[in-house]
Design a protein around this ligand. Structure first.
Ligand code: ADP
Length: 258
C-alpha cells in the first residue's frame, strides 16, 4: 500500500467529496492548472481506500479509448476493457482530467453513468453493465475565460456536484511549499508574495497566471542549490509567457522581491 499523499485542505472540499461519494453523485473539479485538483483526488482515493484510475483527456481521446476495443491476437479478435469499463466493474474512482478536451462521444458515453442508471453501454459488445457500488466518476475542467478553452455544456455540467479550485491563502500556500520541498518558511513566503503580485497584474493579459505548481517547482530548484533569482526566472517567469517585454518586466519585479 502506498502512503496517503500530502494534501492541505483549502476549504470544505474533503467533506463535500466524502458526502458526494456516499451519495454516488459525480464530482467536477473546476479551476486553472496547478491548483491541486489532481493531488486532491489522489488524496481522497487514498483516504477512502479506493483505486484511482486517471485519464488525461486530450482532443483525440475517444469513447473507444475509455470503454475498450477488440484487438487481433493470432486469428482471433479479443475484447480488451478500457479504463472506464475497468473502473465501472471494479468499483474504482475514475478521474477524467480536462474532460472538456475530449471528443464529444466521451461525454455521450458517460451520460448513463452520471444519472440514476449508473450503467455503461458498450456498443461494440451490445451490452450494458451496472456500475459497482463503489464506482465514482470525477472530472476536471478548466473554465479559463480566454479564447481557446473548450466549454462544457450545461446539460453535462448539471450532472455533477462542482467545486472551484483557486489559489490558496498566503499562509496555506506557504505551508504547501514548505511541506512539499522542505524550503525555509521565509523563502516560501517570498515566493507566495511574488505569485500574488503577478496574479494581480491582470493588465499583462496572461492566459494563465502563476500556479501553486510553478511555486513548488521554484522552491524545489532553490532547495537543491540553484540561485534564487535564476530559480524564479526559469520556474515562474519563463513558463508563463513568451513575450520578451513581459519576461523582462517580470524578471525585474521578481529580482526585487526575492
Ligand atoms: P492540477 O491537477 O490542478 O493541475 P496538481 O494537483 O497537479 O494541479 O497540483 C500541482 C502541485 O501543486 C502538486 O503537485 C502539489 O505539489 C501542489 N499543490 C497544489 N495545491 C496543493 C494542496 N492543496 N495541497 C498540497 N499540494 C498542493
Amino acid at each position: 500500500m502506498s502512503s496517503t499523499p500530502y494534501y492541505h485542505p483549502v476549504g470544505k472540499e474533503i467533506e463535500v467529496f466524502e458526502q458526494s461519494y456516499q451519495n454516488k453523485i459525480p464530482f467536477l473539479l473546476k479551476g486553472p492548472t496547478g491548483t491541486g485538483k489532481s493531488r486532491f483526488i489522489e488524496y481522497m482515493a487514498s483516504v477512502l481506500d479506493k483505486k484511482l484510475i486517471t485519464i488525461a483527456c486530450h482532443e483525440e481521446t475517444s469513447s473507444t479509448d475509455l470503454i475498450g476495443r477488440y484487438i487481433i491476437k493470432g486469428t482471433e479478435a479479443v475484447w480488451i476493457d478500457g479504463p472506464l469499463t475497468k473502473a465501472v466493474k471494479e468499483g474504482a474512482i475514475i478521474y477524467l482530467d480536462e474532460i472538456a478536451e475530449a471528443r464529444p462521444d466521451v461525454i455521450v458515453a458517460i451520460h448513463s453513468l452520471t444519472d440514476h442508471r449508473r450503467e455503461l453501454y458498450i456498443d461494440k459488445l451490445g451490452s450494458t453493465i451496472k456500475a459497482h457500488n463503489d464506482f465514482m466518476l470525477v472530472a476536471s475542467f478548466n473554465p479559463g475565460y480566454q479564447k481557446g478553452f473548450k466549454e462544457l455544456k450545461p446539460s453535462t455540467r448539471q450532472r455533477f456536484v462542482a467545486l472551484s479550485f483557486g489559489y490558496p491563502s498566503e499562509k496555506i500556500e506557504a505551508d504547501i511549499l514548505v511541506n512539499e520541498t522542505d524550503i525555509d518558511n521565509a523563502i516560501a513566503k517570498k515566493l507566495v508574495n511574488i505569485a500574488n503580485k503577478i496574479r494581480n497584474l491582470t493588465e499583462l493579459g496572461l492566459t494563465e497566471t502563476v500556479s501553486t505548481r510553478l511555486l513548488v517547482d521554484a522552491a524545489k530548484l532553490i532547495k537543491s542549490g540553484l540561485p534564487k533569482r535564476l530559480s524564479v526566472e526559469v520556474a515562474i517567469v519563463e513558463p508563463l509567457t513568451d513575450d520578451l517585454d513581459i519576461i523582462d518586466a517580470l524578471k525585474d519585479l521578481c529580482n526585487l522581491m526575492i
